[in-house]
Write a protein that binds this ligand. Structure first.
Ligand code: ADP
Ligand code: MG
Ligand code: MG
Length: 254
């Protein structure tokens, strides 16, 4: 059973005036099939956690460990992490000029599976996944993230998630900028992947809205670079009513 284990993770970002510690001892274990909502105020370090797990070069690990099934994730290049099954859907995804969605997905699937998927089966797989996400077929020929609307970016992320079937999916603010219909389609996609029971999901979000569609098993409040409180779904209800004020009082958010 796939398990991601984050232990006492400390991360700094290199700012102009020197290194700045953002993550201050994050502890979190995500098991296969579980969904963890990571909630917290803006600037608390949620995206930094996501990027650090994916191996973004801007972030320096200054302490702690991250293991996937016992393997040291921090020793791996971003590429190796993806192949080991760590998937990050970014809050601000980048454009990939000259690479179509269709080619991008096939290249990613080839890297993950160790061999190129059979073309005819693959085309069928992509087509069906796109239909489920209500994505227009012409989308497959567009360049990755080039001129994508907010909703298209998010659908593209969930398309990747459905086709690539990672061990751990980190979804950073997947709900941001979605209207209600898009949110429903995207949430259904996440739920389909969850139902397979193979993926552990970290759902990073500022708002409780998406949790009406995707029911987390665990909810964590992220504040000042660490998990300040953990609980079940009822914790999200409490946050909906009371906000994050109690967690940010008595100091700057970062
Ligand atoms: P969240 O996702 O919870 O809103 P972030 O992880 O984006 O929080 O940011 C946490 C803190 O780290 C903020 O104060 C932010 O300004 C700082 N930070 C994050 N990434 C960078 C970066 N690449 N360069 C400089 N500062 C950064
Ligand atoms: Mg933010
Ligand atoms: Mg963020």
């Amino acid at each position: 059973m796939a398990t991601l284990e984050i232990n006492d993770l400390h991360v700094s970002v290199n700012a102009e005036n020197g290194p700045n510690e953002i993550l201050r001892g994050v502890d979190l274990t995500v098991k296969q099939g579980e969904t963890h909502a990571i909630m917290g105020p803006n600037g608390s370090g949620k995206s930094t956690l996501a990027y650090s797990l994916a191996g973004h070069p801007k972030y320096t690990i200054t302490g702690g460990s991250v293991r996937l099934d016992g393997e040291d994730v921090l020793e791996m290049s971003p590429d190796e992490r993806a192949r080991a099954g760590v998937f990050l859907a970014m809050q601000y995804p980048v454009e990939v000029p000259g690479v179509s969605v269709s080619n991008f997905l096939r290249t990613a699937a080839t890297a993950l599976r160790g061999e190129a998927p059979k073309l005819r089966l693959w085309v069928k797989e992509v087509k069906e996944a796109m239909e489920r996400l209500q994505i227009d077929p012409s989308f497959a020929e567009r360049n990755v993230n080039e001129g994508f609307s907010g909703g298209e970016k998010k659908r593209h992320e969930i398309l990747q998630l459905e086709l690539l079937k990672p061990k751990v999916a980190i979804l950073d603010e997947t709900d941001s900028g979605l209207d209600v219909d898009a949110l429903r389609v995207v949430s259904e996609g996440v739920n389909r992947v969850r139902e397979g029971g193979e993926v552990g999901t970290m759902l990073i979000t500022h708002y409780t809205r998406i949790l009406r569609y995707i029911k987390p098993d665990h909810v964590h409040v992220f504040a000042k670079g660490r998990i300040a409180e953990s609980g079940g779904p009822e914790l999200a209800d409490k946050l909906e009513e009371e906000g994050y004020e109690a967690y940010v009082k008595g100091g700057a958010a970062s």
